[in-house]
Design a binder for this molecule. Sequence first.
Ligand SMILES: *[C@@H]1O[C@H](CO)[C@@H](O)[C@H](O)[C@H]1NC(C)=O
Ligand SMILES: *[C@@H]1O[C@H](CO)[C@@H](O)[C@H](O)[C@H]1NC(C)=O
Ligand SMILES: *[C@@H]1O[C@H](CO)[C@@H](O)[C@H](O)[C@H]1NC(C)=O
Ligand SMILES: *[C@@H]1O[C@H](CO)[C@@H](O)[C@H](O)[C@H]1NC(C)=O
Length: 309
Amino acid sequence: MATLSRDTVCFTFRIMFLLCLCLSFSFIPFSSSVQRNDRPIIGVLAQEVFLPKPNQTSYIAASYVKFLEAAGARVVPVILCVVFLVDRILYPGGGVSIISSGYERAAKIFYELAIEANKRGDYFPVWGTCLGFEQLTYLTSGKVTLSHTDTSGVALPLVFTNGSRMFKGFPAELMKDLASEPLTENSHQWSLGTLTYNTNEELRKFYKVLSTNTDGKTEFVSTVEANDYPIYGTQWHPEKNAFEWTRPYIPHSPSAVKTTFYMAEFFVNEARKNFHRFESEEGESKALIYNYSPVYTGNNSSFEQIYFF
Ligand SMILES: *[C@@H]1O[C@H](CO)[C@@H](O)[C@H](O)[C@H]1NC(C)=O
Ligand SMILES: *[C@@H]1O[C@H](CO)[C@@H](O)[C@H](O)[C@H]1NC(C)=O
Ligand SMILES: *[C@@H]1O[C@H](CO)[C@@H](O)[C@H](O)[C@H]1NC(C)=O
Ligand SMILES: *[C@@H]1O[C@H](CO)[C@@H](O)[C@H](O)[C@H]1NC(C)=O
């Protein structure tokens, strides 16, 4: 795999193909495979801290790490200055620019690697939550297509529009609850309007809309999956229901918590279709999030715990 040459890259890490699988691993995108990687490692992208302090210039909210761990994955933080090359990645929510930030630059690199990898038959899943979803719409369409919505801090039921890979394995009862109860937490001021999606050729060709929502005025796209790639986005926050408690509008009912788990399980299962691994166990253990300790921030933040880098 190519190494990254960017001035912000402190060092890079090559991920090796498992040779035997490399030969037999053909691109069978969405059928389940007998072969499965039960030790998936997923990168989570860090983003800049709003008011940086020494040793605290970027962060990852711990709920994204717990989200993936709960479904059986291990996490490698993709820190803006220390880029480990991963080929399964989650873009978290947050508040940085999707046009010009370290987060955007790193997201673009991994997005392009994912498109290339998937084209040559390598399964490279990408997930974007909230800001990460907005970032995906920018990376796919090459422009800002978002409009303002009144959706800061509200839980909504999903309006399902299309059959999908993502929700296929969900229990029928949970699907019913997702469609009728406010189980999906929204914390965003910008959204991809359904009308904008319908009139944007690139977005329409690339993504299928799985659900929509409205703030009462504007209908917006709330869940997508790419037609030809294992690329997924939610404008809402599946990770918060089980792991974030500082805001009163985050739902914690049994169905809300199941939503966290089934969403994570879907994406981690996608990651299990990728057989790449670190070249050495030592390299792997140095890269894992376990090398860092989250800080308890409680009610001073919208996150209970944060990893700072
Ligand atoms: C920043 O981290 C380095 C290395 O861990 C440590 O030696 C230093 O004391 C830290 N600085 C501050 C201000 O915490
Ligand atoms: C999929 O969703 C889009 C956008 O909401 C809608 O226009 C289309 O009719 C849906 N397709 C199916 C098969 O439901
Ligand atoms: C929250 O902020 C207050 C005031 O700065 C501080 O005293 C308190 O320790 C902080 N709480 C946590 C959990 O960080
Ligand atoms: C925590 O912060 C939120 C938002 O700032 C506020 O609504 C809530 O009342 C706070 N809770 C406590 C226990 O301070």
